[in-house]
Design a protein around this ligand. Structure first.
Ligand code: PLP
Length: 394
C-alpha cells in the first residue's frame, strides 16, 4: 500500500490533532525502526522518550506476555500482586512511600495536583489552592494540566481552564517568592523542561525551591514524566540535585511502550488520598505493571545508568563538533541542539527522515531522546546521518 493511500485512510478516520511526518512506521528492533515499505530508520526519538529499552526487547516481551497469558486486567476493586510488585519497586528505588497508578503523564500530574490541594485543604481549610508552575513548562493536555502548563499558546479555545495556576520564570527564586500570598499549596516543576526546549533547571535553584517549600509547607511536585526512569543518567533527574521532593510523577519511559502514569508521594502524604477520592479503571493494569517492573529492573542498576551518562557525553561531544550547531544542552540522553538561527529544526528533521533517521524537535531545537538501550553502532549510524545532513546544509 502506498504512503499516499495510508495517509488518505488516516485523514478519513482520525481527528487531525497531530502534524505528522510523512512516514508510516510498522515495526522495529532496539533503536532501529522500519516503515511500511521496509525502509529502516535509526530512532533518536523512542516514541518521545517512551520505548526506553527500544523496540521488542526480549526480556520485556517475556515479562509482558507472561502476564498477558495469566490475565490482562483486574479491577482496582481487588488486590493484585503484579501491581503491588511494581509499586514496591518504585518506592524502594525512589525512596518515596506510596504510588497511584494512572495511564499517562497528564493523569499522573492530575493526581499530584489533587493530592497537593487535598493536603492543604485537610490542614488549612479552603483558600490554599494555588499551584505555582514555571514559565515554559509542559504538564499535559487535560484541561487542568493545560492550565498548569506555563505557555500561553496552550491557553486557548477550551475555556474556562482550571483556575489558580500561576507561572514563575524558571531559575528565578525571587520571582517565585513574589507569589507567596497565602493561597499557595504547591510548586510544580520539571528538572529539565522538555517540550519547552530542553532547558535544565539549576541545581541551586532546585535546592532553594525545596527550602522554600519546607518553610511554607508547600508541596514540592517534580514532574519527571520525561526526565524520569534513567533518561538523564540517574533514575530520577532530581537526584542530580540531591533533593527529595514530596511528589514525583512518572509516565513516558516507565512503561517501556505501554501506557502508564504514576504519582509517587513521600511518607507524610501517604493517607491524603483516601478511598473514593481518586481512581482509574485501567490504572495499574497488570500487563503494563509487569512491563514497568521489568523496565525498572533493567534501568535501575549503577552500570546501566553509568552507561546512559557515558552515551550522553559521547552524543554531546559528537553533536558539538557538527556544522551549524550553536550549542548542545540537556542531561544524559535527553539532549537539545540549538541550530544556527536561519535553520528551521523541522526542515532538518525532514531531511533526516529521508536519510533514515527519526529525530524530534522542541521549540526551535532538535531534540534527541534515543532508547537508553541504543547500541554504539546504532548511535554512530544515527549521528553520522545527522552530521551528513548538516554538512550538506546551505
Ligand atoms: C509528555 C509530558 C507530559 C504529558 O504526558 P502524557 O502521557 O502525554 O499525558 C507531562 N509532563 C511532561 C514533563 C511531559 O514531557
Amino acid at each position: 500500500m502506498s504512503f499516499e493511500t495510508i495517509k488518505q485512510q488516516h485523514d478519513n478516520a482520525l481527528m487531525p490533532t497531530y502534524g505528522r511526518f510523512p512516514v508510516a512506521l510498522k515495526g522495529g528492533k532496539n533503536a532501529t525502526a522500519y516503515d511500511e515499505d521496509g525502509k529502516c530508520y535509526i530512532d533518536f526519538g523512542s516514541g518521545i522518550g517512551v520505548t526506553s529499552l527500544g523496540y521488542c526487547d526480549e526480556g520485556y516481551i517475556k515479562a509482558v506476555t507472561e502476564q498477558l497469558h495469566t490475565a490482562q486486567h483486574f479491577s482496582n476493586l481487588y488486590y493484585n500482586q503484579t501491581q503491588i510488585d511494581c509499586a514496591q519497586s518504585l518506592c524502594e528505588r525512589t525512596g518515596m512511600a506510596r504510588v497511584f497508578f494512572g495511564n499517562s503523564g497528564a493523569e499522573a500530574n492530575e493526581c499530584a495536583i489533587k493530592l497537593a490541594r487535598k493536603y492543604s485543604f485537610d490542614k488549612y481549610g479552603k483558600g490554599r489552592s494555588t499551584v505555582i508552575t514555571l514559565c515554559n513548562s509542559f504538564h499535559g493536555r487535560t484541561v487542568t494540566t493545560l492550565a498548569a502548563t506555563g505557555q500561553d499558546v496552550f491557553h486557548n479555545y477550551f475555556f474556562p481552564f482550571t483556575g489558580d495556576f500561576v507561572y514563575a520564570p524558571a531559575n528565578d527564586l525571587e520571582a517565585l517568592k513574589t507569589f507567596d500570598d497565602g493561597t499557595v499549596c504547591a510548586v510544580m516543576l520539571e528538572c529539565v523542561q522538555g517540550e519547552g526546549g530542553v532547558l535544565p533547571l539549576e541545581t541551586d535553584y532546585l535546592r532553594a525551591v525545596r527550602r522554600l517549600c519546607d518553610e511554607h509547607d508547600w508541596v514540592m511536585i517534580v514532574d519527571e514524566v520525561q526526565t524520569g526512569i534513567g533518561r538523564t543518567g540517574k533514575l530520577l533527574a532530581i537526584e542530580h540535585a540531591d533533593v527529595k521532593p514530596d511528589v514525583v510523577t512518572l509516565a513516558k519511559g516507565l512503561g517501556g511502550g505501554l501506557p502508564i502514569g504514576a504519582c509517587l508521594c513521600a511518607e507524610r502524604f501517604s493517607d491524603v488520598m483516601s478511598a473514593g477520592m481518586h481512581g482509574s479503571t485501567f490504572g495499574g493494569n497488570p500487563v503494563v505493571c509487569a512491563g514497568a517492573s521489568y523496565v525498572l529492573s533493567v534501568v535501575d542498576t549503577p552500570e546501566f545508568l553509568a552507561d546512559v551518562r557515558r552515551k550522553g557525553e559521547y552524543i554531546t561531544a559528537r553533536l558539538q563538533a557538527m556544522p551549524h550547531v550553536k550549542a548542545v544542552r540537556g542531561r544524559g540522553m535527553m539532549l537539545g541542539v540549538v541550530l544556527e538561527d536561519d535553520i528551521a529544526a523541522k526542515d532538518v528533521v525532514n531531511a533526516c527522515l529521508e536519510n533514515g533517521l527519526l529525530i524530534l524537535t522542541a521549540k526551535t531545537l532538535l531534540r534527541l531522546l534515543p532508547p537508553l538501550s541504543i547500541s554504539q553502532e546504532e548511535l554512530d549510524r544515527g549521528l553520522t546521518i545527522l552530521e551528513t545532513v548538516l554538512k550538506e546544509w546551505n
